[in-house]
Design a protein around this ligand. Structure first.
Ligand SMILES: Cc1ncc(C[n+]2csc(CCOP(=O)(O)OP(=O)(O)O)c2C)c(N)n1
Ligand code: SF4
Length: 248
């Protein structure tokens, strides 16, 4: 019998703990497939964050290191500088990267560290039960904004890719979404380009992935995908913000 589909070697056999309809699992698979296709699984060190993906070290079939909340880019910097020949990536949520870890991500981009960041933006703190994140949309309800976020109280939601693309050392910045098969294919292409950018020694690379949190959004998995399309994508437009010309 011919094999039509095979699970990537980039993931372990562990069953993930993600909620039904959560797109963290899709993003894991895309990263794992890219690492396998680039034949760097044995050369890769990932840094797991604090957030729902805190157990990512159980799922990726490469060396992994845990970091405390928001500090993954700093930990990855140390790893890459000690092992410049390794492929180093961080995997971070929006609470982790855009709130407590803002300084780390800005300065890793500023220094042009040759690491890759996978930034999962689901516009909420998932793991801790749905508190407002810097990325929560205006009017979106959260446990810490029961009537919905307002500009007066919390400012406009932070557009991380736009912000980082103004920083010199950020060589590759792209925002993608995993709400449809077509967008999932585009997301994989961007993730591959980001890792190729690191392999070519071009500087810091980041892919922001718009992701669902059906549990804390209070929606079914299908409605969560629709909510992402109708609400997240208009405020967080997908597309490339920066790429070094040579890396295609
Ligand atoms: C120093 C510190 N402060 C706060 C927390 C609590 N905490 C754990 S995860 C988290 C937010 C996670 O949200 P996000 O990064 O968006 O990831 P998600 O769970 O949505 O994937 C917070 C505030 C912590 N673990 N450590
Ligand atoms: S709480 Fe949200 S982000 Fe966390 S696993 Fe569940 S659906 Fe995913």
């Amino acid at each position: 019998m011919s094999v039509v589909f095979q699970k990537t070697k980039g993931l372990t056999d562990k069953q993930t703990h993600y909620c039904p309809g959560c797109t963290h699992g899709i993003i894991h698979r895309l990263v794992a497939e890219v690492l396998e296709e680039l034949d760097v699984l044995g050369e890769t060190i990932g840094v797991a964050p604090v957030g729902c993906s805190v157990l990512a070290y159980e799922y990726f079939n490469c060396d992994m290191q845990e970091a405390s909340h928001g500090r993954a880019p700093a930990v990855a910097t140390g790893i890459k500088r000690v092992h410049p020949d390794k492929v180093v990536f961080t995997y971070q949520g929006d609470g982790d990267l855009a709130s407590i870890g803002t300084a780390e991500i800005v300065h890793v981009a500023h220094r042009g560290e040759k690491i890759t960041t996978i930034f999962v933006n689901n516009a909420i703190y998932g793991m801790t039960g749905g508190q407002m994140a810097p990325t929560t949309l205006i009017g979106q309800k959260a446990t810490t904004a029961p009537l919905g976020r307002t500009v007066e109280h919390s400012g406009m939601p932070l557009q991380v890719s736009e912000m980082l693309s103004t920083i010199h050392g950020a060589a590759f910045v792209e925002r993608v979404s995993v709400d449809s098969p077509a967008n999932i294919r585009k997301a994989k292409k961007a993730i591959k380009e980001a890792f190729e950018c690191q392999l070519a020694g071009k500087g810091f690379s980041i892919v922001e992935v718009l992701s669902t949190c059906p549990t804390n959004w209070g929606l079914t998995p299908i409605d969560a995908l629709k909510w992402l399309q109708d609400n997240l994508i208009p405020y967080y437009p997908v597309g490339n913000f920066r790429r070094p010309e040579e890396v295609k």
